[in-house]
Design a protein. Structure first.
Length: 371
């Protein structure tokens, strides 16, 4: 899969500084590097991507840095990143980093850590990972709450089986404060360009000459991913008309209206009951969601005199979190394609098992039908 936007490419630009002289994306990475060897050196001959970073106990270390030489990942190499494993790259990073963590920890600390993290070996033990290479057969599966990883020998028999929770802070290796404070930067790094057009297979007629594509719901039926098209001759055009404001608002927030230039003034809650405010474009938000493989759901809560009160949830099935956005789409948003400002309140990184309770706080008003 695509390496997620906030874990940028490693551009070493000829630098040969040691890891201890660099900065780190998290306090955990800094601690791990110091435990491994404060003087370990990153291979500066690699211009981008995952870099060889020496060896630890005879096993290859792998690192990833950004253009400023900040360390974004450090672990014991388990995967050849030239292949697409069909899983979020942050999960692969977690496995390599956690493998390194278990290797550098004392056995008593290791056992306590694994119990606290709810990580356990169904087959094998941490030291068995030293026999795993990036050419060892590998499979990964997931349920709503846990990942299950298996490495196999040439005959297909399991060598090591590892289970860990679908928990974003564990997988990212960062605390809540670190994750939330970095989000603004991640979104602003996203390109301000329209996202790609959708495939239109599976369109179903909703009303006269208006067709709907998909309609998967999340938590409740009115919170869904439907997008709407009008059929004109033999062509399907994304619906964006003031007489269908509800459908048009859904299309806008689902990213199928390409010729708009809306601004979002975001008030984002962060750790410690605080908030930060910043301005982005709608296209930056949509591209951020695409890079993070977030699935968007839209709900119209109420029609008001000043516009439409809506909710958007960006859901990560792979990492078990949700971003919840609530805001008013101004009444004349269809006509004012290049002037509309969306004032958004965002609650980020809500664990999936908490989303139902939080959503109910925003759902006390019934949706009103737009004539």
């Amino acid at each position: 899969m695509i390496r997620k936007l906030f874990v940028a490419v490693c551009l070493m630009m000829g630098l040969s500084s040691s890891i201890h002289a660099q900065s780190y994306q998290s306090t955990l990475l800094k601690r791990i590097a110091q435990l491994v060897n404060p003087d370990i050196r990153i291979d500066s001959t690699v211009s981008q991507g995952y870099c060889h970073a020496g060896k630890y106990r005879g096993h290859d270390l792998v690192a990833l840095c950004d253009a400023e030489n900040n360390v974004l990942h450090l672990g014991l190499k388990l995967f050849n990143r030239q292949y697409d494993f069909g899983v979020n790259s942050s999960v692969l990073d977690f496995l390599e980093r956690y493998y390194l963590e278990l290797t550098v920890e004392k056995e008593t600390d290791r056992n306590t850590k694994m119990a606290d993290d709810k990580v356990f070996f169904r087959k094998g033990k941490p030291s068995d990972l030293l026999n795993i290479t990036d050419s060892t057969a590998f499979s990964i599966s997931t349920s709503e709450r846990f990942y299950e990883v298996q490495w196999m020998d040439n005959s297909g028999l399991p060598l090591v089986e590892l289970v860990f929770p679908v928990q974003y802070d564990l997988i990212y290796g960062m605390n809540q404060r670190e994750i939330q404070n970095l989000m603004k930067c991640y979104i602003r790094q996203a390109p301000n360009v329209p996202i790609a057009k959708r495939e239109l297979a599976g369109l179903v007629e909703e009303v006269d000459h208006i067709y709907v594509l998909s309609k998967n719901h999340y938590v409740i039926e009115s919170l869904n991913d439907a997008v709407y098209y009008r059929k004109k001759k033999n062509e399907y055009i994304p619906l964006f008309e003031k007489q269908y404001k509800d459908y048009s608002a859904a299309n806008l927030m689902m990213g199928v209206i390409l010729d708009v230039d809306y601004r979002m003034v975001v008030t984002q809650s962060i750790y410690g009951l605080k908030s930060i405010q910043y301005t982005i474009t709608l296209q930056q938000w949509l591209n951020y969601c695409r890079y993070q493989n977030l699935h968007l759901y839209f709900a119209l809560e109420e029609e008001r005199e000043d516009g439409l009160a809506v909710l958007v949830i960006a859901h990560s099935e792979e990492l078990g979190y949700n971003h919840l956005l609530s805001f008013i789409i101004p009444d004349k948003f269809v006509d004012n394609r290049n002037e509309t400002i969306l004032k958004v309140k965002m609650t980020p990184f809500i664990p999936t098992h908490n989303i139902k309770d939080l959503y109910q706080q925003y759902s006390v008003k019934k949706k009103k039908v737009i004539e």
